[in-house]
Write a protein that binds this ligand. Sequence first.
Ligand SMILES: [Cu+2]
Length: 264
Amino acid sequence: MKTGPALTYNNPSIRLFSPIFGEIQFVLAAVLLAAITGGAAMAEPYREGPVDQGGVISGRVTAGSAKAKVERFIVPKQAEICGGNYRDASLVSVEAGSLQNVVVYLEEVAVGKPFRAAAKKVTINQVGCWFVPFLSVLMDGGELEAVNSDPVLHNIHIYELVGQTRGSIANVSQPRKGDIMTMSVSLDDGIALKVECDAHDFMHAYVFVAENPYYALAAPDGSFEITDVPPGRYEIRAWHPYLGVKSKTIEVKPHGVTTLDFSY
Ligand SMILES: [Cu+2]
């Protein structure tokens, strides 16, 4: 049974609220999704356990027909902190034919290797009015920390992404430099979080929320590798924050190395 986000914070003046309308829209979307899928039973939660004759999946994510896309935002205030009079936010980034900011992951793994420590807690720093990092991976049930390193107010607003819809799950004001907020994240249907700042509409970040440790954030050259995979047949997906999901099936043989590429 999953629970909603639990929030703790070091600043007693923090405001915590949810836009009711957004919540209602999100609940309706969730009900609709359940109706479409016939309210199928949820998969069992992932368990850590021994991996016998694990295999490796490796490959590369290429841009294919996807083109780099930049959105320009005006920076109307606090230019000395936030830098310049405008901000070019990269929605789709391509380097030498490789698509950047892609997470490749296995869907529906019942039991296998442990999560790496880095996935259990993710910190997003707000510095120079940027969220750093832009994309991170957190295990489902892990802890998300947000730090304000700027001498201006940021208002971190976190949404759960479910397909083409999103629902607000946390909205926390961080008025002072040094403010820290932590929350545990357990998602019911979504696969990622979108992080925005309500004080600066040009600040954007994403957190992929992994249900199992069989994922890889593709390197700048597009390469990825997923190790110690229990032999079997899987659905493997690539997820890009703006371009969405690509899906394939893959067979992993005992001690085998399987190569597979994604192209957007
Ligand atoms: Cu901000």
